[in-house]
Write a protein that binds this ligand. Structure first.
Ligand SMILES: *Cc1c(COP(=O)(O)O)cnc(C)c1O
Length: 378
């Protein structure tokens, strides 16, 4: 019997944590503080300690974390934010929602992350911030990006929705994603490396004033009850979702280690497969593989051939943002050629901490046979 292979397997994780999750949720149901209950602060303290950041502020989603980060930095209409077009829409969406202007810099063709050497040319007197994305779970070139930002007096927001648990720097210089810049933003969407059972997110900072601003903005700009000091949003994370993440933290270190090991194993298994190009991982970084993404040709046919063998795949992302209707006005078609090329070639394979070696072997065998089939038929 072959078990069904999920793109992201959350069932085994649930089976492993069922008791703790039930207990944590029951405690919330018993005390009844569904909004801003004690689990909210408990989770924030745990996540701040995990990342090493001074402050963690939980919010309603990863998207909300980006929005609140930009609001805390007081982004004004017309302000520019240099970012990557090769990302999920939320990154640029929150800039545009506030009247800001996303200025797209192209990616490194081998990692998919923003190319730091392309950022400085995009900076103008309207630039307020740089927003790199730690794509697929690998942190962008943050030292270089931070140095450029410091020279120009800009804030850096890391969109770390896919990289919670990833590290940057080697040995004693190793630091965690989310604690690498002015503000780090992550998502607890169920399929992200650290997920809840609905929507959730968090932002991280070492700046007391930004943390205070974020805490107020998330509750309609209140500095005290019914004292609206600034314009905010309804951006809290539910107590129940915080309870779920607290339970999931019990084996999160193990999950990160699993993800790193499974990523290494995919690399080894796919290294000599013709027609598959691996994503580069920099020597000073650990990638937590939010999804295991490779470059291929003839992607649609490959995906269909894999689906026929029961192997689900996904594309992160099929079009760069400046080729999406809502964002074409921010850059001419054809700009950022590496992003366009990557969007045509990326394909993500099943990945989760609970993926077994047998399942991984099945994926690789299916990919080999799919490649042979699609190469044979034009
Ligand atoms: C998932 C994701 C987001 C949005 O997170 P949500 O919690 O779904 O709102 C933002 N940016 C990137 C790069 C993401 O992958």
């Amino acid at each position: 019997m072959t078990d069904k292979l999920e793109f992201v397997d959350l069932k085994r994780q649930y089976a492993a944590l069922k008791g703790s999750i039930a207990q944590r949720m029951q405690r919330v149901l018993d005390h009844g503080q569904y909004i801003m209950g004690p689990e909210v602060r408990e989770l924030e303290d745990r996540l701040a300690a995990y990342t090493g950041a001074k402050h963690c502020v939980t919010v309603a989603s990863g998207t909300e974390a980006l929005l609140i980060a930009l609001m805390a930095l007081d982004l004004q209409p017309g302000d520019e934010v240099v970012t990557t077009p090769f990302t999920f829409a939320a990154t640029a969406e929150m800039i545009v929602l506030l009247g800001g202007v996303p200025v797209f810099a192209d990616i490194e063709p081998d990692t998919g992350n923003i190319d730091a050497s392309k950022i400085e040319a995009k900076i103008t007197e309207r630039t307020r911030a740089v927003m790199p994305v730690s794509l697929y779970g690998q942190v962008a070139d943050m030292d270089t990006i931070n140095a450029i930002a410091a020279r120009h007096g800009l804030a850096v927001i890391e969109d770390a929705a896919q990289s919670f648990g990833a590290t940057y720097g080697v040995g004693s210089r190793s630091r965690k994603s989310c604690n690498l810049s002015t503000i780090g933003c992550t998502s607890f969407f169920p399929s992200k490396p650290l997920g809840c059972y609905g929507d959730g997110g968090a932002l991280f900072t070492n700046d007391d004033a930004l943390a205070q601003a974020a805490r107020e903005i998330r509750v309609h700009g209140q500095s005290a009850r019914y004292t609206h000091t600034r314009v905010g949003v309804g951006g809290r994370m539910d107590t129940l979702q915080c309870a779920v993440v607290l339970a999931k933290l019990e084996r999160f270190e193990w999950e990160v280690a699993q993800r790193l090991a499974l990523g290494q194993r995919y690399r080894a298994l796919l290294a000599d497969v013709p027609g598959v190009e691996l994503l580069a991982v920099r020597d000073d970084r650990d990638c937590v593989w939010a999804q295991y993404t490779v470059f291929v040709e003839n992607r649609a046919a490959l995906q269909a051939a894999l689906q026929a063998q029961g192997i689900p795949t996904a594309v992160h992302y099929p079009k760069p943002l400046h080729h999406q209707g809502a964002y074409t006005r921010f850059a001419p078609a054809g700009d950022c050629p590496h992003s366009i090329a990557a969007a045509a070639r990326v394909m993500s394979l099943p990945m989760s901490a609970d993926l077994t070696h047998a399942q991984q072997d099945r994926v690789v065998a299916a990919l080999r046979s799919a490649l042979a089939d699609t190469a044979a038929s034009p």
